[in-house]
Design a protein around this ligand. Structure first.
Ligand code: SME
Length: 162
């Protein structure tokens, strides 16, 4: 496995995702452990984009999402299915983009520095929902359909393995 990610010298998010995706694919391909792969996916996304917080909440099948591998400041450990942006994404099984977290009813502020976020649900190979990817930014309106397309693609690659 390569020791470092190759990242083009650009701030263009599409170009960065295009460079990153085959590297994430290569990183997770030889590894079967779900936590190890989620840990490296969160690290790769943080390294490529320097997002404020990148991580996973995993379904405990008892009504809660529990903090999984992440990169960034400490975070809330448990989120009920019906709470916050993560709970909303999990319950609806849809990606949610929140341009301004203050304007999202029920948003859970793990950090007051978080200004916008995107939450992408992920599934196992039997299409059962297993948790969500949460990416937070300290900038307002930092996520677009570009992030949705590529983050869903990354979680799709991961889904094939679990
Ligand atoms: N903002 C999320 C909670 C998780 S953290 O911000 C890391 C939410 O409203 O679901």
């Amino acid at each position: 496995m390569a020791e470092n990610l190759f990242l083009p010298d650009t701030k263009n998010r599409k170009d960065l995702y295009e460079a990153l995706i085959p590297q994430i694919e290569a990183l997770i391909a030889p590894e079967s452990d779900m936590i190890a792969n989620l840990a490296n996916i969160s690290a790769a996304l943080r390294q490529a984009f320097n997002f404020f917080w990148v991580g996973f909440y995993l379904d405990n099948q008892q009504g809660e999402l529990v903090l999984g591998p992440f990169q960034g400041p400490i975070a809330c450990t448990r989120i009920r299915y019906n709470r916050g942006v993560c709970g909303h994404s999990f319950s609806t099984q849809q990606t949610v983009i929140v341009p301004d977290v203050e304007a999202f009813p029920g948003h859970i502020a793990c950090s007051s520095d978080s200004k916008s976020e995107i939450v992408v649900p992920f599934f196992d190979s039997k299409e059962k929902i297993r948790g969500v990817l949460d990416v937070d930014s300290d900038q307002l309106n930092d996520f677009s359909e570009t992030d949705q397309v590529y983050l869903e693609q990354i979680m799709g690659m991961f889904s094939e393995k679990i």
